[in-house]
Design a protein around this ligand. Structure first.
Ligand code: FAD
Length: 383
């Protein structure tokens, strides 16, 4: 693996860094308090090509490799995880699934709009009764003339109230488990689709997270993504790559913690010296630095595997598990460096801790990733 960035990767990282410092970081605290990111950010992300990375230019994408995508995701995560999540879902889970599995018609219908930011996508896998055990989902799509009528409920859906299209996973067959699941591209203005915003989240408060209720929502047969019964494969392939972007977002959080802790430790004086002089404060900072570096290298390794066409699913689990746990540790350590000031939202580290906490829960909890890694290594499923 070549750890040097090439010219294109370095340029896109700088573009993202400047954008985040100018358009994201200065507003992140206000968006968090208001529980809403300014929606205008979506078009700005699209204009810079950040919503079309790795997607072919003929479909409105901006091309680039997965390492460049990680670099952008890291920078967005450094500025505001709520903004990072918009990209990770709309591009990472939805547009990339359409690019990988879609018909020519589906690609032409959705990709240019998703890549430009004219449309937003959401990913509807989790249900009120099935989270980690997603293969047991109960939403059902029943054949209805030349289309399907979808009925069920989806829970905790990122971008839910903003989305123009929902990638919905529903049961079409009688087979139990993952075999009977199909994927559908459901326009969110379809009659029978109702979206309810979920309020009161611990973190990611700027993000539009929703419960989606489908009550006989009718879509044409052409809305099915990939062949019937292949829906679970669509979901798992999306998440295998998606976990890399969650990991990259965690690296961004951890980097923001490092930057904030170093700066504060140099300014705050106690016992007649900057707290940076105290060895135990340096220990906190050193622990953050070790976590950031390890998480970044693990994440880049996943991108490198994808870009070189190597197997990457287990690496992706390893990176996501480590980076998410590391982001929580880093945010907690940074808050300790800030002392009581870390506990009030005038300073950034409290929000970083709140935003980091969900990372060990979604796109596979820490426990689920341990089971995935354990299964890959031992050949024995402990689910
Ligand atoms: P459960 O599956 O009920 O798990 C509860 C606990 O039990 C966890 O600690 C878990 O690790 C543990 N557990 C479960 N099974 C096992 C086992 N076999 N062995 C050991 N421990 C186990 N979903 C989407 O589809 N789309 C989205 O866009 C989306 N965005 C989200 C945004 C936010 C802010 C949040 C909070 C969630 C989001 N999710 C989304 C859902 C997320 O993926 C689920 O919350 C996650 O999969 C866990 O499911 P659950 O919450 O039902 O927990």
């Amino acid at each position: 693996m070549d750890l040097e960035l090439n010219e294109e990767q370095a340029a896109v990282r700088q573009l993202a860094r400047d954008f985040v410092d100018r358009e994201v970081t200065p507003y992140a605290a206000a968006w968090d308090r208001a529980e809403r990111v300014d929606r205008g950010i979506v078009k700005k992300l699209g204009d810079l090509g950040f919503l079309g990375m790795t997607i072919a230019q003929r479909y409105g994408g901006s091309g680039g490799d997965h390492l460049a995508y990680c670099l952008v995701t890291e920078e967005l995560g450094r500025g505001d995880s709520s903004v990072r999540g918009i990209v990770s879902v709309s591009l990472g889970l939805v547009a990339k699934s359409i690019a990988a599995w879609g018909s020519e018609e589906q690609k032409r219908e959705w990709l240019p709009r998703l890549c430009s930011g004219a449309a937003v996508g959401c990913f509807g896998l989790t249900e009120p009764g099935t989270g980690s055990d997603a293969a047991n989902l109960t939403t059902r799509a029943v054949r209805d003339g030349d289309g399907y009528a979808i009925t069920g409920g989806k829970m905790f859906i990122t971008n839910g109230t903003w989305a123009d299209v929902a990638l919905v996973f529903a049961r079409t067959g009688a087979e139990p488990g993952h075999k009977g699941i199909s994927a559908f591209l459901v326009p969110t203005d379809t009659p029978g689709v109702e979206r309810r915003e979920i309020h009161g989240k611990l973190g990611l408060r700027g993000q539009a997270t929703a419960e989606i209720v489908l009550d006989g929502a009718r879509v044409p047969a052409s809305a099915m993504l990939a062949p019937e019964g292949k829906g679970f494969a669509v979901a798992m392939s999306a998440l295998a790559k998606g976990r890399m972007s969650v990991a990259a977002g965690c690296v961004g959080i951890a980097q923001a913690c490092l930057d904030a802790a170093v700066e504060y430790a140099g300014q705050r004086e106690q016992f007649g010296a900057p707290i940076a002089r105290h060895q135990l404060v340096q220990e906190l900072i050193a622990d953050i630095a070790v976590d950031v570096t390890a998480a970044r290298l693990l994440t880049w390794q996943v991108a490198d595997h994808i870009d070189r066409g190597l197997p990457f699913a287990t690496q992706s689990s390893i990176a996501k598990l480590h980076a998410s746990e590391a982001a929580v540790r880093c945010a907690n350590n940074a808050l300790q460096v800030f002392g009581g000031y870390g506990y009030i939202d005038e300073y950034p580290v409290g929000k970083l801790l709140r935003d980091a906490r969900v990372m060990t829960l979604y796109e596979g909890t820490t426990q689920i990733h341990k089971l995935l890694i354990g299964r890959a290594l031992t050949g024995v499923s402990a689910f």
